[in-house]
Design a protein around this ligand. Sequence first.
Ligand SMILES: Nc1nc2c(ncn2[C@@H]2O[C@H](COP(=O)(O)OP(=O)(O)OP(=O)(O)O)[C@@H](O)[C@H]2O)c(=O)[nH]1
Ligand SMILES: [Mg+2]
Length: 304
Amino acid sequence: MGKMCIGCGVEMQNTNSEELGYAPNLDFDYCARCFKLKNYGQDIKPDVEISNEDIIKLYKKNALKLFLTDFLNISEEVLDVYKNLRGRKILIISKADLIPENIHEQRYLSNIRKTYDIHEDIYLESSKNDIHELLDIVSQEEEVYVCGFTISGKSTLINKMTGSKIVESKHETTTLDVIKTMYNNTCIYDTPGLAYKHYYKGVDYLRKIRPSSRIMKENQELVIHDFVVKSNVENNFVLYIPGYLKLIKRNSEKSWPTRVNIPENSDLLIKGVGFINIKNSCILETDLDANLLEVRDSLVGRKY
Ligand SMILES: Nc1nc2c(ncn2[C@@H]2O[C@H](COP(=O)(O)OP(=O)(O)OP(=O)(O)O)[C@@H](O)[C@H]2O)c(=O)[nH]1
Ligand SMILES: [Mg+2]
């Protein structure tokens, strides 16, 4: 095998600028795509499709797996993959710096365990903060695989752990192959991110989430960014979404095509955007596709 790009893990080549791994000069550390992604934030979609099944096959069964998902992307789809992983594994809620201050950590973790039927410990980690606890765990292993869906922060966490220079980006599908790094005597492997089946694309979130409340009257709807949600009864919405998304409350007699049954004190997850804690039981209407939605017992607004 030839030289690997240290940014995405693909084999480098200098013969075809249209193909993956191209670099004008093989002395470079990064392929042209990674160079542009890293230096100019340019999002160049790689011309590869790796299925989630094939990505999961890359994780070595006997190695410890760190499975990352961030606060806004905890969902049944994500945690089903985690639960089906064989061998030793740790669930990490990544980008913990995004979690609002009002959230009671232990209650929150206990709610995740109950709602999604998780039996193991769950760790909260941020690549912006101290990660010595994680490094202590990793040190006791020969090999560790860092796994999870795309944009969950795998490469960023590995760079923090090992000082490697893997490309980090807010765009999906950045890492394209397994990348080996070392922390003392432990091999830590980065892996390509798994793809979501349904995901509202284009919303990014790099700052702490600040929940915002909206009291909704029966004949009012809330425009969030470019979609609408509406409760059929007077309600209280607490939104856990990136702060830059536009919010407009307005009167409306309209109805919207997707109708969801919301039990009292539930979270309505909008995949790729965040979630709304809805206080009163209602029928919620929206113009979003039902596949983008998940309703669960609230992770943040309930006692344990
Ligand atoms: N606030 C915050 N942002 C983070 C953290 N870790 C990663 N990010 C951001 O999340 C985005 C995705 O990070 P990556 O490390 O590239 O994600 P990945 O899981 O490797 O993505 P793929 O390679 O596509 O699977 C980047 O914009 C990072 O800056 C964190 O701890 N806190
Ligand atoms: Mg990556």
